[in-house]
Design a protein around this ligand. Structure first.
Ligand SMILES: NC(=O)c1ccc[n+]([C@@H]2O[C@H](COP(=O)([O-])OP(=O)(O)OC[C@H]3O[C@@H](n4cnc5c(N)ncnc54)[C@H](O)[C@@H]3O)[C@@H](O)[C@H]2O)c1
Length: 266
């Protein structure tokens, strides 16, 4: 029980969008709860957020959902206040909430300022805001750990997907800033996943189209498959718990070796 007596807050922890399959945040919430943590999940999706907590409770764990939009400071403050009232402490924050809303698969000449700013506001400023208001409660209890879910896209840009890599590179920098400013009480690290299979992969595709799409991406990975949400949750548990007690300010790539590989063969 690596998270016994710990209270963790996970942003973006709703149980997927459509099929109720797992998101990365929900998998982290389940993993932490199974290791003894009391888990506060925040997300804009109320029904799916409550489903994450239902599942935690079905498995004998303890948790709480607070509907929260990470672009809204008052809602974040309220969620932290509720966490304090209910559990009296916060030992771990996992920033995971991210949006893909808008017409964002575009280069910078084409993307609208409105779409650019919204993605920056959720995917980058959201991480800053939640950390900003969570840190005082963490410090009140003696400190803790922050795990920011970044992306391998922080290191490699994606064609015609300009804003997303920008947010992820900045999240890595934000992680290092927190790591230095709040050591030794708080350790902060980031996870940079490659392609992870989530419920949301479905979009408007048929199940067969989803499989073909995933297979097409997966074969470009040395492991020849997509990462699972559980494989990300395992790394999150490591970084959140004392198992990683001397790791601070690291951005760990979890992409099965794709970023270091080249398709060129001799
Ligand atoms: N799936 C992948 O291949 C992959 C790869 C690298 C990094 N990531 C990162 O992992 C994290 C989790 O993404 P996921 O793949 O599980 O996708 P997801 O869309 O299932 O999860 C994101 C969650 O964030 C929530 N959210 C969106 N806007 C919000 C807001 N304003 N306030 C609060 N919550 C909000 C959504 O409702 C959703 O539940 C993201 O940071 C994403 O960038 C995912």
């Amino acid at each position: 029980m690596k998270m016994q007596n710990k209270v963790a807050l996970v942003t973006g922890g709703a149980l997927g969008y459509k099929s109720g399959g797992p998101s990365i945040g929900s998998a982290i919430a389940f993993k932490f709860a199974s290791e003894g943590a009391k888990v506060v999940v925040i997300d804009i999706l109320e029904e799916m957020g409550k489903k994450t907590i239902d599942k935690i409770r079905e498995n004998g764990g303890e948790g709480l959902f607070v509907k929260t939009d990470v672009t809204k400071t008052n809602e974040i403050k309220k969620a932290i206040e509720i966490t304090d009232q209910k559990f009296g402490r916060l030992n771990c924050l996992v920033n995971c909430a991210a949006s893909y809303e808008g017409d964002i698969f575009k280069n910078i000449a084409e993307i609208s300022e409105e779409d650019w700013n919204y993605i920056i506001d959720v995917n980058l400023n959201g991480y800053f805001r939640v950390a900003k208001y969570a840190i005082p409660l963490m410090l009140k209890g003696g400190g803790g750990t922050i795990v920011n879910i970044s992306s391998a896209a922080a290191f490699k840009v994606l064609k015609n997907f300009s804003v997303y890599p920008v947010t992820k590179a900045a999240i890595n920098s934000l992680t290092r800033t927190i790591a230095i400013d709040f050591a030794p009480q708080i350790r902060a690290n980031a996870i940079c996943p490659g392609f992870v299979r989530i419920a949301n992969s479905e979009g408007n595709r048929t199940p067969e189209e989803v499989e073909q799409w995933i297979e097409g991406i997966a074969k470009t990975y040395p492991q020849k498959r997509a990462c699972t949400v559980e494989e990300i949750a395992n790394v999150a548990l490591f970084l959140a718990s004392d198992d990683s007690s001397y790791i601070n300010g690291e951005c760990i790539i979890v992409d099965g070796g794709r970023i270091i590989s080249d398709t060129h063969e001799f």
